[in-house]
Design a protein around this ligand. Structure first.
Ligand code: ADP
Ligand code: MG
Length: 364
């Protein structure tokens, strides 16, 4: 978002919804307050009109803050998030990047209703997520699903893949019998685990890390959600398996119109799956805008540091050509010469067949 949008509360509130499925965000206190009032009004109307499940407005976080009591006695409370505002329009892919401890997972927990904000509000399709309880929260989870970092912990070791996927299909969609079987097979096919018959009876320990994360993603898709919040979904995977899972996320968005909030400390992967990016530092949004723009011309010193920290394995031999954000003739003034762009535009390019991670032909 251009900086001048931040100066005007009303413009900022309007700009939370950019056209053509793009997402935008804003974070000034004034904008937050105005947007809060509007969202609150619009939200309650939409929720009444559409039974609280409308997807029209997507996800709107307005001025969210979170303060945790200290984990140790006598220590002061931890402010994990401060005045964070963002929008993920239906079908949009937004990245949330930041170093460890910057508040990414806290925000994910607030958005998915696992925890409540200390300040601010969160709406999805006009529904106040931060006020949901039991039954309503369960209904909400049908629409917004979370994929966690650790596919080993996310799956019950005693449940077969088929059973793991059948449960949410039965619970959320109410399917049974042959329809249920068919839907489970569809899900496996969607995440690239084919032939389905080969995977249905497997237990988690019989799968690779990448295959497990595909099962976790299939599980998240079972309720036919409108938004997936993926918190570091590839960080625990072997580098050689990451590209395949990232391609899958892109494909879900393209073919199934699932919105994505992709959370990562890794700018490189964010570039591959998001259109818009927010950079979080110590609980605050310090930069936001189209992913391509933020990565090429980072305005915030923290974003520059994150970019500069990216490894460049070819720095000694062919520094300019090898950097992951190599990008045609557009200069990146804030970056060291060794990391300046060269080669075709990355943002316009599809997810590479051979990503900087490593090729991944089949299901990882
Ligand atoms: N339940 C909790 N109690 C106290 N502090 C917490 C809790 N959860 C997270 N924090 C603190 O909040 C900050 C942000 O954490 P987190 O959201 O997990 O960051 P990230 O996901 O970016 O690594 C950290 O300082 C962390 O120690
Ligand atoms: Mg985290």
């Amino acid at each position: 978002m251009p900086a001048d949008d931040r100066a005007s509360g009303s413009r900022a509130a309007d700009s939370t919804k950019m056209g053509n499925g793009k997402a935008a965000a804003h974070d000034t206190a004034a904008a937050g307050r105005q947007a809060a009032a509007r969202e609150s009004a619009a939200g309650s109307t939409a929720a009444r009109r559409e039974g609280g499940t409308a997807a029209g407005a997507g996800l709107v976080v307005t001025g969210a803050g979170k303060v945790y009591a200290s984990r140790h006695r006598g220590e002061p409370p931890v402010t994990a998030l401060r005045d964070v505002s963002l929008t993920v329009a239906p079908g949009a892919a937004v990245g949330l990047v930041g170093a460890s401890g910057s508040g990414k997972s806290t925000l994910a927990r607030l958005i998915t209703g696992l925890d409540r904000p200390s300040t601010g509000l969160i709406t999805f399709g006009g529904l106040r997520v931060d006020r949901l309880r039991r039954g309503a929260l369960r209904e909400f989870r049908k629409h917004v699903q979370m994929v966690f970092q650790d596919p080993y912990a996310a799956l019950n070791p005693l449940h077969t893949v088929g059973y793991t996927l059948a449960r949410p299909v039965a619970n959320y969609l109410g399917l049974g019998g042959s329809q249920l079987t068919e839907r489970v097979r569809d899900l496996l096919a969607t995440v690239g685990l084919t032939p389905a018959g080969q995977f249905e009876d497997k237990l988690p320990h019989q799968l690779s890390g990448g295959q497990r994360q595909r099962v976790v993603i299939a599980h998240a898709l079972a309720s036919e959600p409108q938004l997936i919040v993926a918190d570091e979904p590839v960080s625990m995977l072997d580098v050689s398996l990451r590209a395949g899972v990232l391609r899958l996320l892109n494909q879900l968005r393209r073919d199934h119109r699932v919105g994505l909030l992709y959370i990562t400390h890794d700018l490189l992967s964010a570039r591959l799956v998001t259109d818009d990016l927010l950079v979080l530092n110590a609980g605050r949004v310090v930069e936001r805008g189209p992913t391509r723009q933020v990565l090429r011309q980072p305005a915030d010193p923290y974003t520059r540091r994150l970019l500069a920290a990216l490894p460049n394995p070819f720095a000694d031999s062919h520094p300019a050509a090898a950097h992951p954000f190599a990008a045609g003739s557009h200069p990146v003034p804030a970056r060291p010469a060794a990391l300046r762009p060269a080669g075709p535009s990355p943002a316009a390019a599809p997810l590479p067949q051979s990503s900087p991670a490593s090729p991944d032909g089949g299901p990882a």
